[in-house]
Ligand binder design. Structure first.
Ligand code: ADP
Ligand code: TRP
Length: 324
């Protein structure tokens, strides 16, 4: 089975990105063929400063490698190293009805939050579909907020196959993690655009400060509390072993426990999990040639697969070839 996913280089990666998407990508490398890419064409919809985009792109590569993505097992590349995806996005746009695009909620959300309503932002899901279909991906591990885009991708694959009476594209499936939506400090979905994140590679002190500011209710220390409606517990359960998670749930229900205590433990668990990755990242930052080499080598591999599929795409829709 071929797995593919992408992350936009549009800001610092946070716990929601990790638990909702990246953790799966890193686990999947052990059992599946994995293609993970840095969606820098997509990021142009929000980052319009060349130097900044170059830096953010490299940062996502550093983050993945530090978190344990092994370039010998998974293919980690830049979207733009396979420029054929933009060609496929155009071809897909010719078989996709505008009605489908009008139903995309992520576009409406982004415009409502003040992003410029560019054509790139509007047709973002078509480029995303091209990313997925050009590698004949079987499954796409993402957080819940992306599942509509994967359903739209399956629709677009079907439109093309039906229009040209062919089987060029594999119909992909979404693959959700158990942490489909990770809450942020305020209880809303953790997202860079809401300013409610806990960033993966921040130093321990600011991380602790952020964790201490997670919103809780005002139940007095001595009273019993409900773990299932608590933001701190929702985060702790992502990082603690099941036995520890159950013990904390029990302590919530018993009462006599303050939120400060559980926040402190959450900060420790965060450091245990991400401290070593932070150190690996610092070492990798001193070896940027290695990082560039990984991206370039993987990019060539990905491009070879994509170019093979594009031969079938062009043939199916009559962009020259055939004859004779
Ligand atoms: P952000 O909302 O911070 O801009 P992105 O849209 O760049 O994050 O998301 C990158 C990946 O991380 C996607 O697969 C997305 O589904 C996942 N993701 C982002 N935030 C969360 C969250 N709070 N919970 C679960 N998954 C998330
Ligand atoms: N839209 C995704 C996000 O915001 C990033 C992305 C681009 C992607 N192309 C993709 C994810 C293809 C999965 C598959 O997170």
């Amino acid at each position: 089975m071929r797995i593919l996913s992408g992350v936009q280089p549009s800001g610092k990666l946070h716990l929601g990105n990790y638990c909702g998407a990246m953790k799966q990508h890193i686990e999947d490398q052990e059992t599946h063929e994995c293609f993970i890419f840095i969606a820098n064409y997509h990021a142009l919809t929000t980052i319009q400063d060349a130097e900044h985009l170059r830096h953010l792109t490299r940062d996502v590569a550093l983050d993945y490698l530090a978190l344990g993505l092994d370039p010998k097992k998974a293919c980690l590349f830049r979207q733009s190293d396979v420029p054929e995806v933009t060609e496929l996005a155009w071809i897909l746009s010719t078989v996709t009805g505008k009605g489908l695009m009008d139903r995309a909620v992520s576009y409406k959300d982004k415009v409502a939050r003040g992003l410029p309503a560019s054509m790139g932002l509007f047709s973002y899901p078509i480029l995303q579909a091209a990313d997925i279909l050009i590698y004949r991906s079987d499954a796409v591990p993402v957080g819940q907020d992306q599942s509509q885009h994967i359903e739209m991708t399956a629709d677009m694959a079907g439109y093309f196959n039906n229009t040209y009476e062919c089987e060029v594209f594999v119909i992909p499936k979404v693959k959700l993690n158990e942490a489909a939506v990770v809450p942020g400090l305020d209880g809303a979905k953790m997202s860079k655009s809401y300013g409610n994140t806990i960033d993966l590679f921040d130093a321990p002190k600011p991380v602790r400060k952020r964790i201490m500011s997670v919103k809780t209710d005002s139940t007095p220390v001595e009273d019993p509390k409900d773990p299932d409606s608590c933001n701190v517990f929702a985060l702790l359960r992502l990082l603690a072993e099941p036995s520890e998670r159950d013990a904390w749930a029990e302590r919530y229900r018993q009462g006599g426990m303050g939120y400060g205590e559980v926040k402190k433990r959450l900060a420790e668990l965060f450091e245990e999990r991400f401290g070593p990755a932070r150190e690996r990242r610092e070492a990798l930052e001193k070896d940027l040639d290695y990082v560039e080499d990984v991206l370039a080598t993987s990019g060539r591999r990905a491009r070879e697969v994509a170019c093979g599929v594009m031969v079938d795409v062009r043939e199916a829709c009559g962009i020259v070839k055939a004859a004779g």
